[in-house]
Design a protein around this ligand. Structure first.
Ligand SMILES: N[C@@H](CCC(=O)N[C@@H](CS)C(=O)NCC(=O)O)C(=O)O
Length: 254
């Protein structure tokens, strides 16, 4: 053992994005690729969209958003976490999109190969994800509406459902407020502004041109998570984003 080995074993490594070295085959459910997610999580919808588009059958583990009991085994504590059939763990939605594409039909450029795709994939996390959160959790009423789904999740106990809905509603209202502070415009106007900006990246039918690339799945997934929730009318009434959204809905089947 040299000094480097000693230092390495003594440092608590931060959890990292991307493919993990350690396999976790015990986390695979029913022998299928498995996604650990929250029902309404925008980042999880990105992955659902790509899996849907490629026709991949997968298992879903619903993680309770307050205690994250079902994800206690992982150092990476945010959803989505993807575990492939062989136990390969991949963290962070954009990395998961690349992993699934690369290990499947390999249809879009990898990170670093297409700067526009990279920028729009970053936009989905840094801007669009935060913009929709500011709208969905604009008031206590809209926050509770968004969290009502937890009362219908089969694998949660009665207590877990109640705490997640009511404590979750209060927490997410606070998150919504802090996201709103990131932008100059009020939440609804900001989302409209971001959609206008985003439509500049759609080249023809998709960000990817004739076929969807990583930027399409990333941004569609974020907006798809809003369907049925407060503020989705902003997406529905957008002249160029809405037709693209409908094309992505057909392509992904979700
Ligand atoms: N950069 C991550 C962000 C994921 C994320 O923030 N997920 C939220 C749910 S929507 C979460 O798990 N939050 C709980 C936490 O971070 O502990 C990704 O793209 O996957």
């Amino acid at each position: 053992m040299d000094d480097n080995d000693i230092q390495h074993s003594e440092i608590d490594l931060e959890p990292t994005s991307g493919v993990q070295e350690k396999l976790v085959p015990e986390r695979v459910v029913d022998g299928l690729p498995t996604m650990y997610c929250f029902e309404t999580c925008p980042f999880c919808f990105k992955v659902k969209a790509l899996l849907g588009s490629r026709g991949v059958e997968y298992s879903k583990v619903e993680v309770d958003p307050t205690f994250k009991t079902q994800l206690k085994w992982s150092d990476w504590t945010a959803v989505p976490v993807f575990v492939d059939r062989d136990g390969t763990q991949v963290n962070d939605s954009n990395y998961i999109l690349h992993y699934i594409d690369e290990n499947g039909t390999n249809e879009f450029p990898r990170m670093g190969e297409d700067s526009e795709q990279d920028e729009w994939m970053d936009f989905s996390n840094l801007i669009l994800g935060k913009s929709i959160v500011a709208v969905i959790y604009k008031s206590y009423r809209t926050s509770l509406q968004a969290l009502d789904y937890v009362t219908r999740v089969d694998n949660f106990s009665f207590g877990t459902r109640l705490v997640n809905k009511w404590a979750g509603g209060v927490i997410m209202r606070m998150v919504g407020k802090s996201r709103a502070k990131m932008f100059d415009l009020p939440p609804r106007e900001n989302l409209k502004f971001q959609l206008d900006h985003m439509s500049g990246g759609i080249k023809g039918d998709f960000f990817g041109g004739d076929t969807p690339n990583g930027a399409d799945f990333a941004n569609f997934g974020i907006l798809r998570s809003m369907e049925g929730l407060y503020g989705f009318d902003i997406v529905e009434s957008h002249a160029s984003v809405w037709p693209w959204y409908l094309r992505m809905k057909v392509s992904s089947g979700i």
